[in-house]
Design a protein. Structure first.
Length: 160
C-alpha cells in the first residue's frame, strides 16, 4: 500500500504494509538511520520521534495510523528553536557517552521544551521517563535540558 508521509517537512511516498512500524519505514525505506531500534516494545525511548510535535515511540506506531500528521525525526529536529537549543546543550555539556540512546533523548527533551520552556525538575523527570541510557548519563541529560531551557528563554546560543 502507498502512503504519503510528511517527514521533516517534505512529503515522502512510501510503499509498505499498513501495520509496518514507522521506525522501519524511516530506517529501511527512507534510509533515515538516526532513529534507533532499541527494545521494539516502546519501553526504552531510542526510537522516539515527534508526531505533530508529540514525542512518540516509532517502533509501536503503525504506518497506517500516521495519516497527514507531521513527523519530525532526529535528522530534522534542529529546524525548531527548541531542537537547536537542545542539540547545542548536548554539545556544550558533553552529554553523549556511547550515544546510542541520544536521538531519543534529544527528541523527548525537545518535545518537552517546545511545550514548556521553563520545566521544573519534576517536569523533566516526567518527560524523560521511559528514555533509558545504559551509560547512565541521566545527570548530564537533566543538566543539558536545564541549559537548553535557559538558552531558549533568553534567546542566546553558545557556551554555558
Amino acid at each position: 500500500m502507498t502512503f504519503d508521509l510528511v517527514v521533516n517537512g517534505a512529503i515522502r511516498q512510501v510503499d509498505a504494509d499498513p501495520d509496518t512500524p514507522l521506525l522501519w519505514v524511516l530506517r529501511d525505506i527512507l534510509g533515515m538511520s538516526g532513529t534507533k531500534f532499541g527494545c521494539g516494545a516502546g519501553l526504552c525511548g531510542c526510537c522516539t520521534v515527534h508526531v505533530d510535535g508529540t514525542a512518540m515511540r516509532a517502533c509501536q506506531l503503525p504506518i497506517e495510523s500516521i495519516g497527514s500528521s507531521q513527523i519530525t525525526t532526529i535528522e530534522g529536529v534542529a529546524t525548531s528553536d527548541a531542537g537547536r537549543h537542545v542539540q547545542q546543550a548536548w554539545l556544550d555539556l558533553e552529554v553523549v557517552q556511547c550515544g546510542y540512546c541520544q536521538p531519543g533523548q534529544i527528541m523527548s527533551a525537545t518535545a518537552l521544551l517546545s511545550e514548556n520552556p521553563s520545566p521544573t525538575d519534576d517536569d523533566i523527570d516526567a518527560a524523560m521517563s521511559g528514555n533509558l541510557c545504559r551509560c547512565g548519563t541521566y545527570n548530564r541529560i537533566k543538566d543539558a535540558i536545564r541549559h537548553a531551557a535557559l538558552r531558549l528563554r533568553s534567546g542566546t546560543e553558545g557556551q554555558p
